[in-house]
Design a protein around this ligand. Structure first.
Ligand code: AMP
Length: 116
């Protein structure tokens, strides 16, 4: 058995964390170091998938559930518009290898990070 990730430990109540939503297979917490007015992490309850590429290959419907929850939370906690980010690999800044979506919302402005 793999060591429980920091997110699994929060889900299990072993360490503190602010769980803002929970479904059968997915949960969401507030990021401890917010980079936007609303910065949530949407996380599968299973820690089987280390990153979004593994999740997409292994269980695409679970990835879709994460995006649906992100959409619901952006509507509930902000104006409904949001940005999703998956750091994938240490070289891209991933530090927790239990796949999670960063969901950023609230006063992001209209300028995209890339393009337009
Ligand atoms: P990443 O760098 O993409 O792997 O993202 C990991 C995220 O987890 C970072 O944005 C951290 O701020 C966040 N984080 C780390 N520990 C905690 C914690 N105990 N509670 C909430 N968020 C955390």
């Amino acid at each position: 058995m793999a060591e429980p990730s920091i997110f699994t430990r929060i889900l299990q109540g072993d360490i503190p964390g602010e769980i803002v939503a929970e479904t059968e297979r997915v949960f969401a917490i507030k990021d401890i170091s917010p980079q936007a007015p609303l910065h949530l992490l949407v996380i599968p309850k299973t820690q089987e998938y280390r990153d979004v590429a593994a999740l997409a290959a292994g269980d695409p419907s679970l990835l879709a559930e994460m995006i649906t929850l992100a959409n619901d939370l952006a509507a509930e906690h902000a104006d409904g518009d949001f940005r999703v980010l998956f750091n994938t690999g240490a070289g891209a800044g991933q530090t927790v290898f239990h796949v999670h979506a960063h969901v950023l919302a609230g006063g992001l402005g209209e300028k995209s990070l890339v393009g337009g």
